[in-house]
Design a protein around this ligand. Sequence first.
Ligand SMILES: [Zn+2]
Ligand SMILES: [Zn+2]
Ligand SMILES: [Zn+2]
Ligand SMILES: [Zn+2]
Length: 391
Amino acid sequence: MRRFVAAVLLGLPFAAVCVAQDGPAPQSHCVKCNGHGQLPCPKHGKAFELESGALVQWCSDVLACKACEGTLHVDCKVCRNAEVEAALEQRRKLAQEWLAERKKHVAGAPNIDDFLYLSTPHFDLSFSIKPTTVGKKKLDTHALMHLYGERLEALRDDFARTLELTDDDLPDRCRVHMFRASNDQAVIGPKETGFGNARAVGLKQMGPEFVYSMWQDLRSMPDDEGLHRNIVHHTTHLLLSQMKPMLWMGNRKHGWIDEGLAHWFENRIDGKCTNFCFEEVLMQPGAGFKGGRWQTPVRKLVDDGEAASFAALSILNSDQLTFEQHAVAFAYVDFLITDRGGAKFRDMLRLLKQGKETREVLQAVYGLNPLTIQPAFEAWVKEHYSLQPGK
Ligand SMILES: [Zn+2]
Ligand SMILES: [Zn+2]
Ligand SMILES: [Zn+2]
Ligand SMILES: [Zn+2]
């Protein structure tokens, strides 16, 4: 429905011309609107480009505009164009319906009046993160929300491109709630995900709906990089789970893949991994492994013959992995994707999700087994991970 209306709005200049040819329709000569019957809403200044970009379906900041009420356009007062006016009215109505739907998911949050909302082609975001310095620029909450909308879409693109997936492989939207206050997460996190731990910094639902709800605990996420890694890590879990056939692999003894892949995308941001999916109560804020830079420590583990064996690693669930095993799991995923390619990794995921045994799948996809994969991995680590940090 929304798509249809958008098409109608986009098609307006053409429609206006057609009407003009059919009879005397002075609006086609209106110099004020150039015959469009509407004008860009003047209240958004530079943000107009941002709000009308391809990645923005709806933004609550635009809905709050008294002049256009979410449509980004205002009726031309000089001429009359009934079709345009009807389309604008319809879009105002859809905007309100969208906002009501977004608010439904955060109803009962103590600070709901501070929330902003954004919908992009694949994500619905609720947002109240404090203004943050990104690079050298200070972004207010609204601009930051748009940045996270772009980052979420960029992650989905990267995920699909890396694993050579089609749109059809990732059929579901994700809801992401990013709160500045822990008391919002305490109410909404459990409600939205079905998990009861109100103290958790982040909670996920990995099917049949895909939801990540979190608050920015500054002890573990003191800056934009930390927050960005958190969102990428946990959203990767949502994407991996929804990838057809839908299944959360983390409690099927495939923790090394579930966590390893989330770390792999997290690591792509700035070479660090700082997020772990443990029971929250066990996790001290800021706890981690070797400052989050894992290649050198994994190389040392391999050199010393102390890296977890694949046979031991590949029977654990996500929440059973130690910090060290998280790092080794990341490295196995890095080896398989970097050395053997994303398409094979995708094939492995599909077969494992169908319930096939790891042994069988390794053989079918890679011609390896749980014993032979280990020397291949270790040789690769010795070749590609430096003993000197940062090399
Ligand atoms: Zn006009
Ligand atoms: Zn906006
Ligand atoms: Zn406006
Ligand atoms: Zn995780």
